[in-house]
Structures are given as structure tokens and as C-alpha cells.
Design a protein around this ligand. Structure first.
Ligand code: SAH
Length: 333
């Protein structure tokens, strides 16, 4: 099998440093993946909530209006980080269009995105003159903001450590007899063993950057993740809607890790934010997704389709429970 560009970059890194840590590995794999592949939808590798149903972006739109009123934000900007194909923002903007005061106060729409390919798709989908495309939250001015990130943090690199006796050693990837394997120092390890600790320094740094920009406002972080460390690896690759070997066909499969919500909450807490965490199911039901589904059925009559979408988004055995919604907010005191 020919080597992918991501694989060559990883092999080069290994040549220079003997091994590559998981975070560097993920950074290279994720960058190539989003730059060159079509991740989303039936034809792609996985399906995200905005792809399942327009109701998802609509419910977030309702949250935006409610939060904007509650926090008395007045003039503000909307920010979405890692917007994929731009569907969430498109649905959000359509659902909030009728609120003239909210819209008159909506100054800019910042889409933070590193993939040039996705930026272009987003520009077509969002199609709003207030839209600004940037690579990093650093480029968004500080101020009154409402920030959304759906399945963004799971794409940020993690480091992994494994307990050997009383000490923790970092897990790396090495090139052993022309084959990539997980290793600790010079020992090959099974990363599906217990006693694995994960941390995502990059997520925490990113969260701090967001917090700095959020002088007054709120953020919604939606992702699959945990509050209690799982003591096992959550690193996973997905291709064509199936789990895939992390070390194979690198850059052509989606690589993610579960999000450590407790660590994110700690960052925002320390910086003076209020926080509230719930499940995706409860969040969407509280926002009134049931009523919206009923209305859509009345209007377009595709009862089976809409009930199926609703089920996928909120049912505990589907995305309802594994996916969490963390809301953080800061008042301008
Ligand atoms: N929110 C979308 C897409 C989720 S996939 C949805 O729900 O459908 C992850 C998104 O994050 C992609 O758009 C990817 O290009 C983007 N991304 C990955 N790493 C990023 C980074 N470091 N900075 C900004 N965007 C990033």
C-alpha cells in the first residue's frame, strides 16, 4: 500500500526523534484528514448532529437568543469553532432571522476553521455578509461573544501515559521493522491495557484562549466525553462509519479522543466563568426539540424521517447520553 502524506510526515518525525508522541501524531493525522477528505455524511466517514437534522442548529439558535437576552449582551459577535460544512451555522441563522433586535445587534460571524477546503464550503453554506473566516480563535477580537463548538475539542491532540510500576511513561509511536507500533521508550505496549492516562494540553490551552476573548458572553461545548477519567485509551479512528486501526491509512481516517469535560470546567472556573453541564438529550429536550419536531411533522409530514432524526439526537442509546453539553458564561461585572 503506498504511504500517505501524513504517514511520510510521521516517518520523518520518527527518523529525527526516534519516536513520535501521540499528540504530534494526532496533529499531523487530523490536519491531513480535514484538508483532503470528505468526512461528513452517508458517503463520508461519520455523521454529526447538524448533518442528522436541521433541528440541531435550530435549538442552538434558540439558546443563542435566550442567552443573549439573559446576559444583556447588546452588540455581539457569534463564533463557531470547527464548523465542518457550515450546516449548524446556516440552521442557526435561519432559526434566529425572525428576531430583528437580536439580528440588528449581531455584528460579525466568526468561523474559526483550519481546513481551506471546509472554509470554502462554509462560505457557501453560511452565505452572510457578516461572516469572517479565521484560522484560530486568537484572530477573533475580545468582546461580547456567543461561541459554539460542536465536535471540535475531540479533534484536538492528546498525550497518553501508561503506568509502569509506580511511574507513568509517555506512550509514543515507533517504526519497528517498517511497521508503526505503540511503544513506551523502547518497549512495545498494548495501548488497550488498563492504567492509561490521557490529557489534552492543547484543549486546555485552546479553552484559555477562548476564555480570554469572552469578555462578556457564553459558550456551548458539545462533544462526546467524560467527567471522570476512564483509565483507558479513548483514542479512536473511524472510516466509512466503522472503527479503524489508528496506525493504518493515516490521514484518511478521522482520529479523535473523548473530551475531558472536568478539565475544561476547571479552566473556565478558574477564569471566573459559571458553568453548567448536561447531556445532549436533556439539552435539546429543554430547548424544545420535541415541539419543533411536531411542528415539522405538521408542515412537511415526513413523520418517520423526523422522528428518526429526533431519536438519533436525543435517545440515551444514540447521541443523547454520550454527548455532553457544557455551557460556560461570564457576566460583565
Ligand atoms: N462542527 C462540525 C464539524 C465537526 S468535525 C459538525 O458538527 O458537523 C471537526 C471540525 O473542526 C472540522 O471542521 C475541522 O476542520 C475543524 N478543526 C480541526 N482541528 C481544528 C483546529 N485546530 N482549529 C480549527 N478547526 C479545526
Amino acid at each position: 500500500m503506498p504511504k500517505t502524506q501524513a504517514q511520510n510526515e510521521i516517518l520523518n518525525y520518527i527518523k529525527q526523534h526516534k519516536a513520535i508522541p501521540i499528540d504530534e501524531f494526532m496533529r499531523i493525522a487530523v490536519k491531513h484528514y480535514y484538508a483532503n477528505n470528505e468526512p461528513f455524511g452517508e458517503q463520508g466517514d461519520f455523521i454529526t448532529s447538524p448533518e442528522i437534522s436541521q433541528m440541531f442548529g435550530e435549538m442552538i439558535g434558540i439558546w443563542c437568543i435566550q442567552t443573549w437576552r439573559k446576559l444583556k449582551l447588546e452588540k455581539f459577535s457569534l463564533v463557531e469553532i470547527g464548523g465542518g460544512k457550515g450546516l449548524l451555522m446556516k440552521d442557526l441563522l435561519r432559526a434566529t432571522k425572525h428576531d430583528k433586535v437580536f439580528n440588528d445587534n449581531l455584528d460579525k460571524i466568526y468561523m474559526v476553521e483550519t481546513s481551506e477546503r471546509l472554509k470554502q464550503i462554509q462560505q457557501q453554506e453560511v452565505n452572510d455578509e457578516r461572516g469572517c473566516w479565521v484560522d484560530h480563535i486568537d484572530q477573533v477580537p475580545e468582546g461580547n461573544l456567543l461561541v459554539i463548538a460542536n465536535e471540535f475539542f475531540d479533534a484536538l491532540p492528546i498525550k497518553q501515559y501508561k503506568k509502569i510500576g509506580e511511574s507513568w511513561k509517555e506512550i509514543v509511536v515507533v517504526d519497528k521493522d517498517d511497521k508503526l507500533s505503540f511503544a513506551l521508550d523502547n518497549h512495545v505496549v498494548d495501548i488497550h491495557d488498563k492504567d492509561i492516562l490521557e490529557t489534552s494540553l492543547e484543549s486546555l490551552e485552546y479553552a484559555k484562549c477562548i476564555a480570554k476573548k469572552l469578555v462578556h458572553g457564553a459558550m456551548l461545548i458539545i462533544d462526546y466525553g467524560y467527567l471522570k477519567k476512564p483509565n483507558a485509551s479513548t483514542l479512536q479512528a473511524v472510516k466509512n462509519h466503522k472503527f479503524h486501526d489508528v496506525l493504518k491509512d493515516i490521514g484518511n481516517a478521522d482520529i479523535t479522543a473523548h473530551v475531558d469535560f472536568a478539565a475544561l470546567i476547571e479552566v473556565f472556573n478558574e477564569l471566573g466563568f459559571e458553568n453548567h453541564i448536561t447531556t445532549q438529550g436533556d439539552f435539546l429536550l429543554d430547548q424544545g426539540i420535541g415541539i419543533r419536531a411536531k411542528k415539522l411533522i405538521e408542515n412537511v409530514a415526513k413523520e418517520k424521517v423526523i422522528m428518526n432524526q429526533l431519536n438519533r439526537l436525543v435517545h440515551p442509546e444514540q447521541m443523547g447520553e454520550l454527548f455532553k453539553v457544557l455551557e460556560v458564561a461570564k457576566e460583565n461585572k
